[in-house]
Design a protein around this ligand. Sequence first.
Ligand SMILES: CC(C)=CCC/C(C)=C/CC/C(C)=C/CC/C(C)=C/COP(=O)(O)OP(=O)(O)O
Ligand SMILES: O=P(O)(O)OC[C@@H](O)CO
Ligand SMILES: [Mg+2]
Length: 230
Amino acid sequence: MHANWKTWAHVTKLDPDKHLPRNVIEEIATSGTDALMLSGTLNVTQENLCELLDQVSSYGLPLVVEPASPDCAIFNGAIDHLFVPSVMNANDVRWIVGKHHAWLRHASGIDWEMVVPEAYIVLNPNSAVGRVTGADCSLSGEDVAAFAEVADRYFRFPIVYIEYSGTYGDPKIVQAAADAVENATLYYGGGIRSAEQAAEMGRIADTIVIGNAVYEEGIDVLRATVRAIQ
Ligand SMILES: CC(C)=CCC/C(C)=C/CC/C(C)=C/CC/C(C)=C/COP(=O)(O)OP(=O)(O)O
Ligand SMILES: O=P(O)(O)OC[C@@H](O)CO
Ligand SMILES: [Mg+2]
């Protein structure tokens, strides 16, 4: 079923905990970005998630919900995919499989056709996701490559996600992950705020994710990141 997500080069991540005026949402949806991902680590509730979903659902763009907790794993008719993270470099098993166990223990009616598992490698210890998961972010390129390979070749995750949320990452580290991954789609996200940065990470990863820039820089920067990878 629709594995179209494998062709996306540019994804915009919108945070249900933040607000954007309607005209800005329209500009984002028509910016040329390939898909919208609704996600955040902190303060995401079913309520603000569904509110944002309502605001973005009329533009015909693919919509992904990426839950940071089981209560946000919703299967609303407007959603195309549910991207469910596991954090490879977390030391607490909750962030690898524990939340997932709790989810399936209590959930009913999961539409598995919509679910796409993601292997996160979290590399900014000061990001919300870094702090919440306590991920071990002091990794060498070799370490990151080993996590990427175990995620791709052993666990067979369809997505490996190099996550620097809030800060621009080290292209050499992202390259190490790219060299290690054979089958998975490689996502890069974190600190992209210019065409140059989008182009640089876009040459290495299959898909780049723009988050904070949408809120802090504005639509012209988003458009420039779209053009930069075409
Ligand atoms: C089992 C289910 C359904 C959910 C659990 C999924 C897990 C393990 C989540 C762990 C945390 C994680 C990887 C969340 C993904 C979303 C993400 C990284 C959002 C970006 O977060 P930040 O940008 O750091 O946070 P804020 O934007 O909220 O500050
Ligand atoms: O918000 P930024 O720093 O752009 O990061 C994007 C995304 O990877 C966050 O999960
Ligand atoms: Mg964020």
